[in-house]
Ligand binder design. Structure first.
Ligand SMILES: Cc1cc2nc3c(=O)[nH]c(=O)nc-3n(C[C@H](O)[C@H](O)[C@H](O)COP(=O)(O)OP(=O)(O)OC[C@H]3O[C@@H](n4cnc5c(N)ncnc54)[C@H](O)[C@@H]3O)c2cc1C
Length: 418
């Protein structure tokens, strides 16, 4: 019987693994709860009206159309039985495996306050991005028709919680939207009076970057009209306000960019996990007691030089590539490759139009040139010529015209309480 590899998750790690198994002589079943592979690093641009959903996501079936050895299933996995080597799907059916690869990513974590999610959505899926986009645009619309000045001000107050790359990128574009894109279109309000707060509990923004780059990011955001509040934990979020420390601020739009928690793969496997729920794997990226089970990407805890590999797209892709080489070696009866080592190529983040920070260790860059390098790097990593062209043209158009093309309010609000 042909060896059967079941891969759960068609994100960066899962898809890279499947690509790496081309011609390996095994049968692959790729299961994902969504029908698309998503380029998460540009999600914030969908949330802030710069890009459309189809520009950063691709149907998995289409991506793998030339791979007759791969079967794609749209299904949610709910469990794994390691004894019978079967994966359970939400509809109750099971899929048997010879080798299992779990690459199910992470979700946002609310540090014990899951009740905040309805009022402070995080950014992980296309649905999250369109929810945030709708709330941002509706807030300006509601301010335009508000007769009560307090209500108008609350609608023009935006809180972004979390000063990592996603929070910084969101704050920069929301500021661009309020200050450059929208002012000429509203009559009753001046969108430039919008208050955009970026709230970070730690002492500085972009804590994984060099301190100088954090300072640059904070100054660049402040120049754009963002209020940067560091060392200030959020203690409460509700429909009408956010409480920073003990100070309540009336606010109708809150975005969560503060923490992540791995998918529940550790529970499915009954395996040891770290505090973020990531499964502890060995240097071959398998469970220490079960070499047939690989765990990759944001769901895995693996270390290089004593440090945990970060939750980044290149790290997930490197793990996918590596796990494919291990499976190929086993199938061919060859010696296993050397243990996995993550190669870090640097950190990048944008701060809105024409400003970015790049931290490649010794090589550090800020400003307009960094922004262009950031843009070219991201276009390079998109899938297919159509997406690269579409995103490149959209960015150029937005840069020259100061317009954001994807400003449609679609669907009704469903997630919010009250
Ligand atoms: C807003 C945002 C911005 C980011 N920006 C950057 C950046 O600028 N640079 C960078 O390097 N990294 C960035 N990242 C991190 C990067 O996207 C992740 O590290 C990377 O996606 C991890 O890849 P993965 O394959 O482990 O998981 P993912 O890419 O998250 O893929 C997981 C897949 O598993 C599927 N899945 C989950 N649970 C189940 C289930 N139960 N059943 C079936 N399928 C399931 C999901 O639908 C998904 O397709 C960003 C992340 C976010 C959210």
């Amino acid at each position: 019987m042909t060896h059967h590899v079941v891969v759960v998750g068609a994100g960066f790690a899962g898809l890279q693994l499947v690509k790496g198994l081309a011609g390996a002589g095994c049968r692959v079943t790729l299961i994902d709860q969504r029908n698309h592979h998503l380029f998460q690093p540009l999600l914030y641009q969908v949330a802030t009206t710069l890009l459309s959903t189809s520009e950063i996501a691709w149907p998995i079936r289409r991506v793998l159309r030339n791979r007759p050895d791969v079967t794609t299933l749209l299904a949610r996995v709910t469990g794994v039985d390691r004894v019978t080597q079967r994966v359970t799907l939400e509809n109750g059916t099971t899929v048997s495996y010879d080798t299992l690869v779990l690459a199910t990513g992470a979700r946002h974590a609310y540090f014990g306050h899951d009740e905040w999610e309805a009022d402070a959505p995080g950014l992980k899926t296309l649905e999250d991005a369109t929810t945030i986009r709708r709330r941002l645009l509706l807030a300006f619309e509601r301010a335009e028709i508000a007769s009560d000045p307090a209500e108008r001000d609350a609608n023009l107050t935006f809180a972004i919680i979390g000063g990592g790359p996603t929070g910084v990128e969101l704050a920069g574009i929301v500021a661009d939207l309020a200050h450059r894109v929208l002012p000429r279109e509203f009559r009753a309000i001046d969108t430039r009076t919008a208050r955009i707060m970026l709230i970070e509990a730690g002492p500085r923004l972009l804590s994984v970057f060099a301190p100088k780059l954090s300072d640059y990011a904070a100054a660049a955001l402040e120049r754009r009209g963002v209020q940067v509040l560091t060392g200030r934990p959020v203690t409460q979020v509700s429909r009408d306000q956010v409480v920073i420390g003990d100070q309540p601020v009336p606010c109708r739009t809150v975005i969560w960019a503060a923490g992540v928690q791995a998918s529940p793969a550790a529970n499915w496997l009954g395996a040891e996990a770290d505090r973020a729920g990531r499964v502890m794997v060995n240097a071959h990226l398998t469970l220490p007691d079960d070499p047939q089970v690989f765990v990759l990407g944001d769901t895995a805890h693996v270390e290089t030089d004593g440090k945990p590999v970060p939750g980044l797209a290149p790290a997930a892709k490197q793990q996918g590539q590596y796990a494919a080489s291990v499976i190929r070696a086993r199938l061919a009866g060859k010696p296993l490759p050397a243990p996995f080592r993550y190669v870090h190529r640097g950190n990048l983040a944008t701060i809105g139009r024409n400003a970015a920070v790049i931290d490649y260790g010794r090589f550090r860059l800020t400003g307009g040139l960094a922004w262009w390098i950031w843009g070219i790097a991201h276009i390079y990593f998109l899938i297919g010529v159509r997406s690269r062209l579409a995103v490149g043209i959209n960015w150029l158009w937005s840069f020259l015209s100061r317009q954001n093309p994807a400003r449609l309010i679609t669907q009704k609000e469903t997630g919010r309480r009250g």
